[in-house]
Design a protein around this ligand. Structure first.
Ligand code: SF4
Length: 386
């Protein structure tokens, strides 16, 4: 069995990635927010130029699936009309900014995110690796620490700090200079050798002993929050199973309010209080489908060695409350790099089962789709081989 292919880059709108069901076109909303007009326009584009399916990504982006070489140019024109396109593929790649979805009008987060977008669009912006990203996480408590980012802007005490991922200290910044200092930190990362051969992440660079100057302020110590569908002060959080929704569901959401994308594959509908009872959208935190995670799998992903979502749906009611099952189409584990209670990894002829592990860990136990569908308790009766 050959290992999964690590692409080392993420798709964009101008630089789509081929998948089993066609091109994947990733759209990066500005500061994670789509106006109602943008969201319903995106739904129209997904139907007209893709296969009508839209993914919510762990980078708080939306991915239009099933695009062809012929439908890509009119899709790009439509995204430009909606104000959702960057000037170039390079600018799009650099604009890898996660913004806390829990901001109120006048808060620092959207202001800093907008300034960072402008700074990263400059022709002399640092040439960081494709996956290098920023988290603007300036709410009362940080909510994005579990999400991938290389440079983080957070609240610490009464002020803001700029922190290299992997460090527990950062530089004191203000709302006015945070974006400029973030770009300076990215430049330090490049200049100090953080990305040999054009690849590399900040935490790995810090682990080698590299240290930026001025990182003297301690970060806030808080528990990692867990997010589930339900009401928030800014609106209702809800999401589709496996983070994938139809264009018609996206259009229905757009009719309810402006949308904020999150890295938890949930959408926040601004100002909404009550469950709109949309067929595809999960609005209850105890829905069993929230206990399973599954990537595209076969046939949508060319690297997949088996189906994922049908099996995850079948097994979801059997996963105990408080536990998570990850079904992965191969050992790459795209849907979740972190460990979970149970992991099923598709391998030639069946699935490997792991406990408290990542999909990329060795899979010592082997079952077929039929085994698991007929007897879901197999998952709970076995343990990892020594
Ligand atoms: S983990 Fe899933 S989506 Fe990622 S490459 Fe493997 S099969 Fe494809």
């Amino acid at each position: 069995m050959t290992g999964p292919i690590i692409q080392g880059w993420c798709p964009g709108a101008l630089r789509p990635m081929m998948s089993g069901d066609g091109l994947v076109v990733r759209v990066r909303p500005h500061a994670g927010r789509l106006t109602q007009a943008q969201a319903s326009g995106l739904a129209d584009l997904a139907e007209a130029h893709g296969n009508g399916l839209v993914d919510l990504s762990s980078r708080a982006n939306l991915q239009i699936r099933g695009v062809t070489a012929q439908s890509h140019p009119p899709l790009i024109a439509g995204l430009r009309d909606l104000g959702l396109l960057d000037a170039s593929a390079e600018a799009e790649t650099r604009r890898n900014i996660l913004t806390t979805p829990f901001w109120q009008t006048g808060d620092a987060a959207p202001i800093i995110a907008a300034a960072l977008e402008v700074a990263l669009a400059a022709p002399d912006a640092p040439d960081t690796p494709a996956k290098f990203g920023y988290a603007v996480d300036t709410g009362p408590v940080p909510v994005l620490r579990a999400a991938s980012a290389d440079i983080r802007i957070e609240r610490a005490g009464a002020g803001l700090i700029l922190r290299a991922d992997g460090m527990d200290r950062g530089e004191k910044v203000t709302q006015e200079n945070a974006a400029q200092r973030a770009v300076a930190l990215a430049r330090w990362f490049v200049d100090s050798g953080g990305c040999p051969q054009g690849r590399g992440r900040m935490a790995a660079h810090i682990a080698t002993g590299a240290r930026p100057e001025a990182a003297t302020e301690a970060m806030a110590q808080t528990a990692l929050p867990v997010f589930a569908p339900g009401p928030t002060a800014q609106g209702l959080l809800l999401g589709p199973a496996f983070g994938q929704l139809s264009a018609s569901s996206l259009r229905a959401l757009a009719a309810l309010g402006n949308l904020r994308a999150t890295p938890w594959r949930l959408v926040l509908v601004e100002g909404l209080r009550d469950d709109p009872a949309l067929p595809e959208m999960i609005a209850r935190p105890d829905d069993p489908l929230l206990r399973v995670i599954a990537c595209t799998g076969a046939p949508g992903c060319p690297q997949a060695l088996g189906a994922t979502r049908a099996l995850a749906r079948a097994l979801a009611p059997h996963v105990p409350q408080g536990e998570v099952l990850h079904v992965s189409g191969c050992a790459k584990g795209c849907a979740l790099p972190a460990p979970t209670d149970k992991v099923l990894v598709a391998i030639q002829g069946g699935y490997g089962l792991l406990h408290n592990a990542r999909a990329s860990d060795l899979a010592p136990q082997h079952f077929t789709f039929a085994d698991l569908s007929a007897n879901p308790d197999l998952m709970f009766e076995t343990a990892n081989a020594p």
